[in-house]
Structure formats: structure tokens, C-alpha cells
Design a protein around this ligand. Structure first.
Ligand code: AP5
Length: 215
């Protein structure tokens, strides 16, 4: 199964991808996570991406398309769920071309819809584990002990782009460059719009209803 999960920053893409991966055995391909790994390892790509990410703007298309094409090609036969990619119409077209080469395609495009005010609250309250990648929220999804990962006891950190100031830029970038991707897909296929303002388990239940049919 090949799934594209779209949505504004903080819509819950990463949170729900983890649940989807657990239930359907898919590979989670998050462009943001891959870029953060490249940065942590100090690679050329990581260094090039750094200033864009910190400012809340998009990393140039050519870098992203090369990075994600490799990741998609290396995905197992069971399939993948894409999180944060494609984020421009150029990237969506490149993904279509890459999948056409293997005679495969996307099975479903899901669009998580969330209000801007909720986005700001979720992102500024997000904390993550630098060791295992688990994601929490200081109020909505707190760890058992404040500031400490439930899984491995590591001290939780805040992403450098999760400040109120940078979130404004990320949202503006989303409306300018990524919302057109939703329109791109809607012009050619059914896109499943899922309201994602509510409780995470309730949102996950809707996603599972959509994906169970495709299993
Ligand atoms: P990326 O890492 O992709 O960030 P993003 O799209 O802005 O998305 P987020 O990771 O912030 O949010 P999310 O939707 O995954 O929400 P989450 O589940 O964590 O990209 C970062 C940067 O990398 C970009 O700005 C760009 O520079 C670059 N980049 C990445 N991909 C690129 C591309 N394709 N092209 C160019 N540049 C690219 O949830 C957020 C919080 O809310 C968490 O705390 C969570 O616990 C909480 N939460 C989630 N759902 C709920 C719920 N239902 N109820 C209550 N709380 C909830």
C-alpha cells in the first residue's frame, strides 16, 4: 500500500504515520525526519538544508526530489506512507514520474485538515525524544514524567523551528506552496479530507477506516 499523508505543519502527520506504520507494516518516509538526520550527521545535504529549515521555508526542490526518490525506490514491497513529501507541485510531478517508472502508483492521498490556531498551539507545545523520535505535547500528549521520554528516559527537546515566530513562516509557506499540491491531486483523483482538530485516537480511527478497505 502506498499512502500520501498531506497536511499543514502540526496537523498530526508524524503522529498518525507512526500509528499507520504500526498497524499496516508500512515504511514511514518523513522528509523532515530524513533532513533532521542529515543535519545531525553533518552531511552536505544537512548543511545545505539547515538555513531553510530554521527559517521555516522549503528546502530547494532538486535536493528534496533526489533525496526522496532514493527513499521511495528503496522502500519494501509492503509499501510506504509519505509524510511531508510532496510539498510542491514540482515534487508531486516528480513523484508521479518516479512511481510510473516502476509501474506503480499511489493508492490513497489523505489530507489532514486543521485550524491555524490549533497548529500554533500544537507546534509550540511539541517535545520530542532525540534518541527514539517519540513525539509528545506538553498538554495534549504529555509523557508520564515531564520532560522525559517514556520509552528510553532521554531528556525531551524542542525542535529549533517550533517557535511561534517560525511557525508563522511555516504556515505561510504551506498556504503558498503546499496547498496547491492538494489541488493538484484533487484534479486527478479522489483525495480523502480528514478533519484533524479533534482527539488523536478519534482521528486515527477515521484513518484506519479509510486504509482498512485498501489492505
Ligand atoms: P517537517 O518535519 O515535515 O515539518 P512539518 O510539515 O512542518 O510538520 P510537523 O512535523 O511540524 O508536524 P506534523 O504534521 O508531523 O505534526 P505532529 O504529528 O508532530 O518539515 C520541517 C522542515 O523541513 C520544513 O519547514 C522544510 O524546511 C523542510 N522540509 C521537509 N520536507 C520538505 C519538502 N518535501 N520540501 C522542502 N522542504 C522540506 O504533531 C504536532 C504536535 O501536535 C505534537 O506535539 C503532537 O503530539 C500533537 N498532536 C498531533 N495530533 C494531535 C491531536 N489530534 N490532538 C492533540 N494533539 C495532537
Amino acid at each position: 500500500m502506498r499512502v500520501v499523508l498531506l497536511g499543514a505543519p502540526g496537523a498530526g502527520k508524524g503522529t498518525h504515520c507512526k500509528k499507520i506504520v504500526g498497524r499496516y507494516g508500512l515504511l514511514h518516509l518523513s522528509s523532515g525526519d530524513i533532513l533532521r538526520r542529515e543535519r545531525a550527521e553533518g552531511t552536505d545535504l544537512g548543511k545545505k538544508a539547515q538555513s531553510y529549515m530554521d527559517a521555516g521555508t522549503l528546502v530547494p526542490d532538486d535536493l528534496i526530489v533526489e533525496m526522496m526518490s532514493k527513499a521511495v525506490k528503496a522502500a519494501p514491497r509492503s509499501g510506504f506512507v509519505l509524510d511531508g513529501f510532496p510539498r510542491t507541485v514540482y515534487q508531486a510531478e516528480a513523484l508521479d514520474r518516479a512511481l510510473a517508472k516502476d509501474d506503480s502508483g499511489i493508492d490513497v492521498v489523505i489530507n489532514l485538515q486543521v485550524d491555524d490556531a490549533i497548529v500554533v498551539d500544537r507546534i509550540t507545545g511539541r517535545r520530542s525524544c532525540p534518541k527514539c523520535g517519540a513525539v509528545y505535547h506538553v498538554r495534549n500528549m504529555p509523557p508520564k514524567e515531564a520532560g522525559v521520554c517514556d520509552h528510553d528516559g532521554a531528556a525531551l527537546v524542542q525542535r529549533p523551528d517550533d517557535t511561534a515566530e517560525v511557525v508563522k513562516n511555516r504556515l505561510a509557506t504551506y498556504y503558498e506552496q503546499t496547498e496547491p499540491v492538494v489541488k493538484y491531486y484533487k484534479a486527478q483523483r479522489d483525495v480523502r479530507d480528514v478533519p484533524a482538530d479533534g482527539d488523536a485516537d478519534a482521528v486515527a480511527a477515521v484513518l484506519f477506516d479509510i486504509l482498512d478497505v485498501l489492505k
